[in-house]
Design a protein around this ligand. Structure first.
Ligand code: TYM
Length: 329
């Protein structure tokens, strides 16, 4: 059976970009694949973060995942720092990680732009991501488009390690990405990728009022200055969101009313808000329930870490044995 691994950082609440681009796919895939989902807190400390809230943010992201439908009985759901083998395999992989490629990573360049002093962890971030995936010998990685470069790097690590330590038959797989049609959701500014750090998101657990407050000022077709100007849904980011949240009838109606200036943008936004509120309501309700029982959630994550470790320790032992470490069997 194919094995899936994917991860999400606890840098803030999950947003609809995470959900449409990745999480919703994980929920569907867990039915068919051996699925491992990780809240990657070790990755989250590579940029400045708030110590006091890391633990609760980590739990909240796990709650969001469960509320969205990750079933911890079926999939393994755990927190990265609870499985120390991630950090150890990360170190072993530094021996085959090409520095030049790390320096060329788009996300590294983007994130370091704003920093005066660059932590080495930010540079080495993709090595840890490769360790996450390969620790479970996962061959499929469902992600959004922004992770493709990191995944290519993972394949590079796999090839280099295999060439050095498993020349006869590859030990680590070369994992493939699984993308969805929503592989790059644009933020409400209509410009950049939806991302917590840019403040252009709708939270997966936002209240109806919060959703409306965010959609109201959202960017639309820039050529539509007044209500009377006909618009072009193909270049309107909100039409793209309608495609993911609204019924086929509403989508068809929006298309006509936009092109003929039958509706103003606010009318269109109201329909989108209603569809979003309705789609996300069950997730929000489940999350509210789960938040009442944080000890129960922690127990689920501890059990997930145990199951993950059972696989991780085997891969790590085999890796160390092949690398010739003293006492590795
Ligand atoms: P992260 O936490 O930024 O995002 C989690 C997942 O959500 C996807 N995503 C999006 N998809 C479409 N449109 C968007 N606007 C959007 N924003 C986020 C991401 O592509 C991702 O799939 N480096 C990873 C975490 C990670 C990981 C891993 C992933 C660590 N180890 C191993 C896969 C395998 C990250 O920062 O994702």
């Amino acid at each position: 059976m194919d094995r899936i691994f994917s991860g999400v950082q606890p840098t803030g609440d999950l947003h609809i970009g995470n959900w449409l681009g990745a999480v919703r796919n994980w929920v569907a895939l867990q039915e068919r694949y051996d699925t491992i989902i990780c809240v990657v807190d070790l990755h989250a400390v590579t940029i400045p973060y708030e110590v006091a809230t890391l633990e609760v943010r980590t739990r909240d992201v796990a709650i969001g995942l469960m509320a969205a439908g990750i079933d911890p009985e079926r999939a393994i759901l755990f927190v990265q720092s609870a499985v120390p083998e991630h950090a150890e395999l990360n170190w072993l992989f530094t021996s085959v990680a090409p520095l030049g490629e790390l320096e060329r990573m788009t996300q590294f360049k983007d994130k370091t732009e704003k920093l005066e002093s660059i932590p080495a962890g930010l540079l080495c971030y993709p090595i840890l991501q490769a360790a996450d995936i390969l620790l479970y010998l996962a061959n499929k990685v469902p992600v959004g488009e922004d992770q493709l470069q990191h995944l290519e790097f993972t394949r590079e690590i796999s090839r280099r390690w295999n060439a050095a330590y498993a020349p006869d038959a590859p030990y680590f797989p070369e994992p493939q990405a699984l993308l969805t049609p929503a592989k790059r959701i644009v933020g409400l500014d209509g410009k950049a990728k939806m991302s917590k750090s840019l403040g252009n998101t709708v939270g997966l657990l936002d209240s109806p009022d919060e959703i409306w407050a965010k959609l109201r000022p959202a960017a639309t077709d820039p050529a539509r200055v007044t209500k009377k100007d006909p618009g072009n849904p193909e270049i309107c980011n909100l039409f793209e969101l309608h495609r993911h949240f609204s019924s086929p009838e509403t989508i068809a109606e929006v298309d006509v009313k936009c092109r003929t200036a039958g509706w103003g943008c606010l009318d269109c936004k109201r329909r989108l808000a209603d569809a979003m509120i309705e789609t996300l309501a069950p997730i929000r309700e489940r999350a509210t329930e789960l938040k009442r029982d944080s000890a129960g959630v922690d127990a689920v994550l501890a059990r997930g870490a145990e199951r993950a470790r059972a696989i991780a320790t085997k891969t790590l032992s085999e890796t160390k044995r092949r690398m010739g470490f003293h006492g590795a069997r």
